[in-house]
Design a protein around this ligand. Structure first.
Ligand code: C2E
Ligand code: CA
Ligand code: CA
Length: 860
């Protein structure tokens, strides 16, 4: 526990020593942060000084300048107001003067009560001068008001004098467009007063007009004292005197007032200059100085900011450089080492860089490089071993690819290469060579009856036998199934090929013992010659195949050489096969049914289902035209289910239509019968349609029946089901009587060739009659096929209970027509026989007839 703690502490110390990428980035960021902080502090200090300077200017110098300006402005306004009042006639209104005085007082108060001005102190004598100036102004205005009063008084007096003169008759009376005066003195006075009133208030005009007025009064004194009277005269004389006195007073005032007013204005101008120099100018200077100070502070703040920015950039550059050196260089070194390792340098190792992560990376890299080296050594060892094995296996595969695994003989591919070589050699030497196709006869039935394993052994034995018989220089290949090819070089004539083939056929015909079982086998051979029959390997193979086809056609154990007309036959059979396949897909195949009439009852016991092909042109082709191809190509096998289903459901239909004993016979060829599950197919068809098994008959030929124990067991199983079995085409090929005896059959169908001559040749009739008797003797029913003449019918009737099938009674018809055709066929038989009997009765007797009743009649 304590040791663990010590380790942990040690690890922490170690880690502290080695900074990682993150650590370096952290330190760098911290340094940048510090520089930014210091720069920020310095810059904010200088900017603050600038801001303070501006503030001081705003708070002190600007107001002081504004207030001193206001004093100057109000002073000028006051002087203007006084001048205006003096100029104007409305001198009596003193309100503007009081307002101007108040404004000036306010401006003075505002200035002197301001903090800065108080500090400066008011200039000595300034207030007294102002007060004096204001008093002068006020007195100027006051006296100007007296003058106005005097002037008004004088006008009133003159107007009174004039009215008095007029009321005394001074104006005269208007008579006939002329003024008619009562007295000349009054008229002269009236004219003089009007002249006096028209003169301005001061000046020489006014004083001379007054003087004339006085002299007229004096001149007419006596007259006037009588009328209008002495009181009138007294009043008038006083008023004129008073007006003259007032004029003198106004003139005296005017004489003294103008200089006083000028003095007042000059004093005002001096005061303005004084206020500008002592109040406004210092304030303006102070404002300018403050603005300069603020500008200087702002400039220094700007410099400080620029310096900080530059410092930050420098520090960032420095830190980036350091980081690049500490991180990028080690990473690059590591990359270079990795490249070396990838290029194959297994000794490449990474150095430590002092940076935690990069060191870890370097350590891991070194560990990996070590491991790679170890693994590579192991790999190299394994690879050598693997290459050895691959070489071995390649050889094996090569052998497999070119050989048939069953017989170890060369395969088709190997044959192709060998053929190409042989063609080249033959071309060079001018020699010919032969290619043989060897095909076992009946190998399929060996396979089917004895099993595939046994079949494989047979193929191996045949391969060995071929090898021995063909000799050491022949090249033998197996192409698949029971097909072998033999390449015989330096074979230069058809005769030589024939001789070699005969030798091979002979060897293959010898009894073969496999697993203790003795087999008799045979083969067919088709041959082609190079260059006579084909110019290349493919064509040569095709030619041999065509020849083999021909050999098979000839019968078993035969040999044939290619000829061009064989090729045509092969081509047409190929075309037929293709057309037939299309017909199956298009549903062009159908079944037709030919009635079989029992002569002793004139009833149709059954119909034979015959395959037909409805050609696109509407013609219905008989089975004989295409069934051999269908059987050879395996198509027939594919049709088994369809034939079974169609025929059995047709039976159901006929029974429903009133033919109660309807039954059908179906032809089954070897490939169909040997198909696995054939018996099950039959059982299934019976189960599905529900018809009785006895109403179904299968027609098989001897070639099918003689193939071995498997066939026999299948036949027995069919019999157990209750299905009838007929031996078809009896009397052709190698019919053997043992078949009749041993096989589980119910009927025999005599071939047309056996019936053909019975009405013309007594010998033929005798043979047919014996065969029928023999069958009857074995308890078998007999059907005579291909009955075409009434004579044949009549003779068959004489052979006991025989059933007849032939064009004479009925052709094959389609399913719907069957019930009617069945009736018609019976009737035809009856009438034909009656006629034939009558005719025969006239002919001489041809020989005694022997009737044999069937010994064992199997249930139908
Ligand atoms: P097959 O089993 O011997 O059938 C009888 C053949 O004889 C039929 O020919 C039929 O039309 C013909 N025939 C009947 N009466 C006369 C006659 O009076 N004169 C002559 N000259 N011929 C007569 P088809 O239909 O051409 O059949 C030929 C062969 O094809 C059949 O011989 C049979 O082996 C095979 N075949 C027909 N239908 C089938 C089928 O459904 N399955 C199998 N596997 N083979 C069939
Ligand atoms: Ca038949
Ligand atoms: Ca037949």
């Amino acid at each position: 526990m304590r040791r663990g703690l010590r380790f942990a502490v040690g690890a922490v110390k170690l880690r502290r020593l080695r900074l990682g990428v993150g650590g370096y980035l952290g330190v760098g960021l911290a340094a940048v942060g510090l520089v930014v902080f210091v720069g920020q502090v310095l810059a904010s200090r200088t900017t603050r000084a600038a801001v303070e300077a501006v503030h001081a200017m705003q708070a002190h110098d600007e107001p002081l300048a504004a207030r001193s300006g206001a004093i100057v402005e109000k002073l000028a306004a006051y002087d203007r107001t006084v001048s205006e009042l003096l100029e104007s006639a409305a001198g009596t209104d003193t309100a503007p003067l009081s307002a101007a005085e108040r404004d000036l007082d306010d401006a003075l108060d505002a200035y002197f009560q301001f903090r800065g001005a108080r500090a400066l102190g008011a200039p000595a004598g300034f207030s007294d001068r102002i007060a004096h100036h204001l008093a002068v102004g006020r007195s100027l205005i006051g006296r100007a008001r007296d003058r106005d009063a005097w002037q008004a008084r004088r006008r009133v007096l003159l107007d009174g004098v004039r009215r008095r003169i007029a009321s005394a008759g001074g104006e005269g009376l208007p008579v006939g467009g002329n003024q008619l005066f009562a007295r000349r003195s009054l008229a002269e006075l009236d004219e003089a007063i009007n002249q006096l009133r028209a003169e301005p208030d001061t000046g020489p005009g006014a004083s001379s007009a007054e003087a004339r007025m006085m002299s007229l009064l004096r001149a007419h004194e006596a007259e006037l004292a009588r009328s209008p009277g002495p009181a009138w005269l007294e009043l008038t004389r006083d008023d004129v005197h008073e007006a003259a006195r007032l004029r003198a007073r106004i003139e005296r005032f005017d004489a003294s007032h103008v200089p006083e007013r000028r003095a007042f204005l000059e004093d005002g101008a001096a005061l303005l200059v004084w206020a500008q120099t002592h109040l406004q100018a210092p304030a303006r200077f102070a404002l300018a100085a403050a603005a300069e100070r603020a500008a200087a502070a702002a400039v220094s703040a700007e410099h400080m900011l620029a310096a900080t920015g530059i410092a930050v950039v420098i520090v960032v550059f420095l830190i980036s450089g350091v980081l690049a050196l500490r991180i990028t260089l080690p990473v690059r070194r590591l990359t270079a080492v990795t490249r070396r390792l990838a290029a194959g340098d297994r000794e490449a190792r990474a150095e430590r860089a002092g940076l935690a992560q990069i060191d870890e990376l370097a350590e891991s890299f070194n560990a990996m490089a070590g491991q790679i080296a170890v693994v590579e050594r192991e790999l190299r060892t394994n690879q050598t071993e693997l290459e050895r094995r691959v070489a071995e296996r390649t050889l094996e595969l090569d052998h497999l690819a070119h050989h048939d695994p069953l017989t170890a003989l060369p395969n088709r591919r190997h044959l192709g290469a060998t053929l190409t070589g042989a063609i080249a050699r033959a071309r060079a030497s001018g020699e010919r060579f032969a290619l043989l196709f060897v095909d076992l006869d009946n190998f399929k039935s060996i396979n089917d009856t004895l099993g595939h394993t046994f079949g494989d052994r047979v193929l191996q034995a045949i391969g060995e036998r071929l090898q021995t018989a063909a000799g050491p220089h022949a090249f033998i290949a197996r192409l698949g199934g029971d097909e072998f090819t033999v390449l015989l070089e330096a074979t230069d004539s058809v005769e030589a090929v024939g001789a070699r083939s005969a030798k091979l056929l002979d060897a293959l015909q010898q009894p073969l013992t496999v697993d203790g079982r003795v087999l008799s086998t045979s083969a067919s051979i088709g041959a082609s010659l190079y260059p006579d029959h084909a110019p290349d390997a493919d064509a040569l193979l095709r030619a041999a195949d065509v020849a083999l086809f021909r050999a098979k056609d000839l019968g078993r154990n035969r040999f044939a050489v290619f000829s061009p007309d064989l090729s045509d036959a092969a081509a047409s059979s190929f075309r037929l096969e293709q057309a037939l396949r299309r017909a199956v897909e298009a549903g062009e195949l159908l079944l037709m049914y030919q009635p079989q009439v029992a002569l002793h009852t004139f009833e149709t016991s059954s119909v034979e289902a015959l395959l037909r092909w409805r050609k696109p042109d509407g013609r219905i082709a008989p089975a004989v035209e295409f069934v051999h191809i269908a059987e050879k190509t395996g198509l027939m096998r594919e049709l088994t289910g369809w034939v079974l289903r169609s025929a059995t459901s047709a039976v159901t239909a006929w029974r429903a239509m009133g033919w109660h004993h309807a039954s059908v016979a179906i032809n089954v060829s070897a490939p169909q019968f040997f198909e696995s599950g054939f018996v099950e197919h039959v059982a299934e068809a019976l189960r599905v349609t529900g018809i009785p098994a006895s109403s179904l008959e299968l027609e098989l030929t001897e070639t099918v029946m003689q193939t071995g124990p498997a066939t026999l067991s299948a036949l027995h199983r069919l019999r157990e089901l209750g299905v009838a079995i007929a031996l078809d085409d009896f009397g052709t090929g190698y019919s053997s009587l043992t078949s009749l005896e041993q096989l589980p059959i119910t009927r025999v169908k005599l071939d047309r060739t056996l019936i053909e001559g019975i009405d013309a040749s007594p010998r033929s009739f005798a043979i047919a009659r014996s065969v029928i008797a023999l069958c009857h003797g074995l308890g078998l029913h007999v059907v005579a096929e291909g009955v075409e003449t009434p004579g044949q019918l009549e003779r068959l009737e004489r052979c006991g209970p025989v059933t007849v099938q032939g064009f004479l009674l009925a052709h094959a018809v389609d399913s719907e027509a069957v019930p009617a055709e069945v009736e018609a066929a019976g009737a035809r038989a009856r009438s034909l026989l009656a006629t034939a009997r009558a005719a025969a009765a006239e002919e001489p007797e041809q020989g005694a007839l022997m009737f044999v009743t069937p010994r064992r009649v199997l249930p139908r």
